[in-house]
Design a protein around this ligand. Structure first.
Ligand code: THG
Length: 264
């Protein structure tokens, strides 16, 4: 089943940054609840921007969001202390978001992932920087698989993120990422994930681009995405894609969604 991870509790969004600073429980609970109601199976939580104490903030935000929804969390931080603070109080199986293949970072965080029995997102990026082709991304995914095995982490517990970049600045990157998802699955049998809204940075009517890109990634076999599950275009794209890719027999769910007014 495709996993929808709610992106909304992210400190790059100004109202969220304000709520984190003020420890506004009502706001965070509402952001968590609307995403669960819209079908998110997990919530991404990022407190890294403008935080005075990221470990404290993320622990508070995870507790607050899980207390409201019971959903597992994608702990979105590059900081090992913040990640461990979150894992300590997280209920159920968490997702650590994320590590790169840069040696120091991977070696610092993978033992923590193992210790808490979490899942982990591994970005296709190493010391030499960001990849540009699908082939490079698939090669890095193979290295991610070896590295996680070395740390005793099962392949089912890792997601490869091919790193979606803004289409406004690099026209060729959309198709390379779409192709990389297919390659990572067929060559290595690994699950894939992406931050969907990255594709549309800097452009108008972002949700149109996000929704169409999502349907393209789904054809390639994308396993999960960090997205805004409350967005109507995203919701319609998910329902239509499931029907068109044969994952919705007799289009029952599509028709039900239409009756509920979710497709327009
Ligand atoms: N990979 C992984 N983690 C990630 C990303 C990734 N975490 C962060 C990011 N990328 C995914 N999360 C977001 C959250 C919010 C936005 C973009 C990516 C964002 N939101 C707009 C806003 O609130 O203003 C609205 C977006 C819209 O209009 O659709 O930009 O790549 N592993």
């Amino acid at each position: 089943m495709f996993i929808k991870i709610g992106e909304r509790i992210n400190s790059s969004r100004k109202p969220v940054a304000r709520a984190l600073a003020a420890k506004d429980e009502t706001f965070i609970k509402k952001e968590a609840a609307i995403q669960k109601d819209a079908g998110a199976q997990m919530l991404d939580i990022n407190c890294a921007f403008n935080s005075k104490d990221e470990a404290f903030d993320i622990e508070w935000a995870i507790r607050t969001a899980q207390g409201e929804t019971g959903l597992p969390v994608s702990i979105d931080s590059p900081n090992p202390e913040a990640i461990e603070a979150g894992l300590k109080i997280h209920k159920g199986k968490a997702l650590v978001n994320s590590i790169t293949l840069e040696k120091n970072k991977a070696e610092a965080i993978l033992p923590i992932v193992k210790k808490y029995g979490a899942q982990v997102i591994i970005l296709t990026m190493d010391e030499s920087g960001m990849p540009s082709t699908a082939e490079e991304r698939a090669g890095l995914a193979g290295r991610a698989l070896e590295l996680s095995k070395k740390h005793g982490i099962a392949p089912e517990d890792i997601y490869i993120d091919p790193l979606v970049r803004a289409i406004s600045s690099e026209a060729g990157q959309g198709i390379e990422v779409i192709e990389s998802v297919r390659l990572i699955k067929s060559r290595h049998g690994l699950k894939t994930i992406c931050g969907l809204s990255n594709i549309s940075f800097g452009l108008p009517e972002r949700s149109t681009l996000n929704a169409v890109f999502l349907s393209m990634m789904l054809i390639s076999g994308l396993s999960a995405a960090i997205l805004d599950p409350t967005n109507k275009r995203i919701r319609a794209s998910l329902k239509a894609s499931a029907a068109l890719l044969g994952r919705d027999e007799y289009c029952k769910d599509y028709i039900k969604s239409f009756r509920e007014g979710l497709l327009v």
